[in-house]
Design a protein around this ligand. Sequence first.
Ligand SMILES: [Zn+2]
Length: 250
Amino acid sequence: MAILNDEAIVLGASPFSNTSLIVTFLTKEQGKVRLVAKGARSAKSRMGVGLEPASENHLEWSRRTGSGLGTMRKCETTRVYQRLWKNYEAMRMASRLLKILDAVLGVDEGESAHFWLLRSSLEALEAGAGAASMEGVFLLMLLKTMGLDPSLDYCAACEKRPGSETTRFDIATGELRCARCPEPTAREMHLRAGAVAAMKEVFRLTPEKCFSIRFAAPLEREIIGCAEAFLQYHGGKSLPRRSGQTSVSR
Ligand SMILES: [Zn+2]
């Protein structure tokens, strides 16, 4: 039995028994962990808001070797994003980002880069950043933390820089094809020049700076579609479906 501790952000929680929860955290140093929070559902629990999605805690937990589920021993809440939860769009976007990370990372997977990316995005939403371009930027930065940021400078067939034309991006190889090189690729998506330029700009930036970027809505849809397809193809995980009527039609 190991006793561990770390800073951690709550990704989500679900009931485990009448009195306990299973809480999923993204820790700073130890990836994603799932812990039983005994007594968290009882009326006398003092953990309350600390186990709400996006809350940050200093955690101590125990875990048996080989087990994917640990037991929470201490949970000291260090940060709650108060303003974020008062804004519907910001709240919806934060929920989406937490679900994406939960889907993409298995237990024990994830690095400190994921933690800092998530914290930067929550801080941006808390500071009032518009939710509009957030998901596209987040997905691109997620690709970058996984070493999956494709090079978008040159056409892979003729090695020339694409101009202002729509290019094709091969999901399987991460390569770009310009309009002069028409031979089909294994699994391609169309990207307008503006989308390619915006993606390159995001890959260039740090997590602290990237959330100031805004895309035009049609480019945002293209970028999200491309990043999701690339992430699912290479990460091997399905992303959570969007809920209800607020989903983006594409
Ligand atoms: Zn070409």
